[in-house]
Design a protein around this ligand. Sequence first.
Ligand code: HAM
Length: 422
Amino acid sequence: MKFKSVKGTKDVLPEESHRWQAAEQAIRSVMHAFNYKEIRTPVFEETALFARGIGELTDIVGKEMYTFIDRSETSLTLKPEMTASVIRAYIQHNLGELQPLTKVYYLSPMFRQERPQAGRLRQFHQFGAEAIGGPNAEIDAECIALAVAVYEKLGVKNFTLKVNSVGCEKCRPAYKEKLVAFLRGVQDKLSPESRERLEQNPLRVLDSKDEGDNALTRNAPLMKDNLCEECANHFSRLLSGLTSLGLSHEVDGRIVRGLDYYTKTAFEIITGDLGSQDALAGGGRYDLLTAQLGGKPTPAVGFAAGIERLLMVMEKQQLIASNDIRPVLFIAGADDEGRTWARSKAFELRRAGIACETDLLGRSLKAQMREADRQKAQFVAVVGSQELQQQQVTLKNMSSGDQTTVATDNLSAELQHRADSK
Ligand code: HAM
């Protein structure tokens, strides 16, 4: 029987993992520059956390969660997103006690049983951040700046920041009625999916992917034009905050997001380089979630972004990180004495942090040289009983062809020096 990875999941193979590492390193360094600290939460949580947090009527909760009953009859779910988990941890560990504004970030796998296609997986990875504890639009602007800064750091081009306000519990109900009244007028012509959404989650009709729906709703009322005074002020402070940070943005009244917890700010970062799965990142404010999950009412804002989509865009834009994981030194053994010495010297150098390789397959000297070449080792030393007697080896620089003789005792210092002065 032959096994294959499960549909919608992907292996990251040794030849491509350096691209993930480069992206993750850049993400961490930007997060740290903005003074966000990492949080890690378990891969699964109680199902009710997501059902309550994300919303029973969303696609994620209704159709996409990996939910199972464990052996003690508890319903558990592989996390489809991080915000609910982060807020659960925030409440459970009283993180708000330590500081008035808790700023956390994460890199984590997520699980959603969606129809797989390019840029849409069933196990995918997100990086994201949450700022918990303040209502001010300036926090939203900082959070958006953080997302943009990651793409800038990695050299990504051609992305658009779209922002909207989805109002609050005061202004949204009246707007919803207005929208539903409008949608009832075109109901018969809407796609089956939008007709279903009209009943369950009418705002989501506005971000239908169906061209026909979009034409029908071109003149639909938008939340951003029906905000209460507080939400309108918040939105205008957000927009001026973004402008003062020099972040170009587009107001798009159709950004409604697929999760129910948003209040006021909603935003997405879209790219033209990925076809239909064009959302690189999404987020917004969720002032009611903490109370909904059993904590003290605490305003918060955050975003998350797909790492696979980031890497796809980087590939498309030819922003490929170079693979610099290669041996500094390959020690080739010319005879048995040389091979034994090579193994123990390699161990010594590795303990000193110098990437080193030697042959463990008993290959001929010629085959060892070929292997050193294939592995792109910077230096090669051939060692046999003769070299060991003289207590010196010849280091060959594989790119220039230069050779230097080095005392065996000085090998570590010499390589360290060469690596430093590179
Ligand atoms: P989301 O829009 O569901 O938001 O996901 C954020 C990003 O994750 C998307 O823009 C996309 O890049 C990536 N993504 C989502 N689903 C998939 C998939 N099936 N395959 C590949 N990539 C995917 C959230 O998850 C919210 N928790 C964001 C947030 C944080 N809001 C406030 N704080």
